[in-house]
Design a binder for this molecule. Sequence first.
Ligand SMILES: *Cc1c(COP(=O)(O)O)cnc(C)c1O
Length: 394
Amino acid sequence: MTKRDTSRRTSLIHGGTRRSQYGELSEAIFLTQGFVYDTAEQAEQRFIKAGEDEFIYARYGNPTLRMFEDRIAGYLGYEDAFACASGMAAVSGALMALTKAGDHVVASRALFGSCLYVLEDIMGRFGVEITLIDGTDNAAWEAAIRPDTRLVFLESISNPTLEVIDLAHVCRVAHAHGALVLVDDAMATPVFSWAKACGADLAIVSTTKHVDGQGRMLGGVICGARDLIRGPIETYIKHTGGAMNPFTAWTHLKALETMELRVRAQAQGALDLAQALADHPALSSVRYPTHAAHPQHALARKQADYGGTVLTIDVKGGQESCFRVLNALQLILISNNFADAKSIATHPATTTHQRLPQEQKDILGITPGLIRLSVGLEDPKDLLDDLVQALEQA
Ligand SMILES: *Cc1c(COP(=O)(O)O)cnc(C)c1O
């Protein structure tokens, strides 16, 4: 059976494997900075053009990283990938590699805080013009994208308010103007990513989230066509130092083997919790992208089977009541992470999004009662019991 014949799930186990002369079963970790050459001529040749299985320096590439890059790229349907030190190294690397002074960028305003900082503060400082829009409004993309728009950037599902973007529409409009589409796919998860199917040029994944899935490693990856990945993106990142560590790549390779099982179970758990809490009297809203109570559930369902592993609940009675609920949780942990095997509750208004001005919070729907719930791998019944007893304190 050729690699092409295998299903996506099988590709998570076998994709990208490179075996050394020892024929190891589990992927080898090449914890090395450099590589040696048989002759001076061979070194010279490799610096002219390194072949498929030839490496020079770990900041440029490494066999363990290459295995991880090939495995995740194949899984997401892209030709190639570049692995980075964190999700933000991937986001900032891709944005900086593809823009220059005078370029115009359109982005959805419901962005992760660090992405917003890179776009507005850093890229603005280098003369890139940014237009932020309501990404859920299809007409707003048409209105904002111009002939000089170099790229568009968006979160396929926004953090923390779980807005869903009509990616096929955005890709159509952007491509009509020759702009590239970069998708931050952290919340959608690699398992339910629809970036490639909709025509996104680059899918950027914070592998810190569902790829690791167990709260250990920071990582990120940029997936796309080979000419972009091995062209401007590799050139920028290898010289600026954002490459992933081989140990991280090795843990990610092992984590990919179980990713579908984990993420599908977590997504089903999130959907079940949304269903079970939908009519709870202490809540003013419950949101999960593919659940019927989400205003964009039809679009979310058209794009993917599940809307990630996170749901939001809005506790009536504002921050005070919301904090009583958070403090009454006995199993679910208070943290600002998501996608862990351990379930996590976050209060975005006072933590991850604390610094946003109130008017921005209002626009994005980050209310004082909003809790972001990342569903882990515990027994779903235990999670529901914990939430129901905590909500009695509201
Ligand atoms: C976590 C996250 C990032 C950043 O990833 P790190 O691995 O923490 O650098 C970027 N975008 C989104 C949407 C995220 O959730």
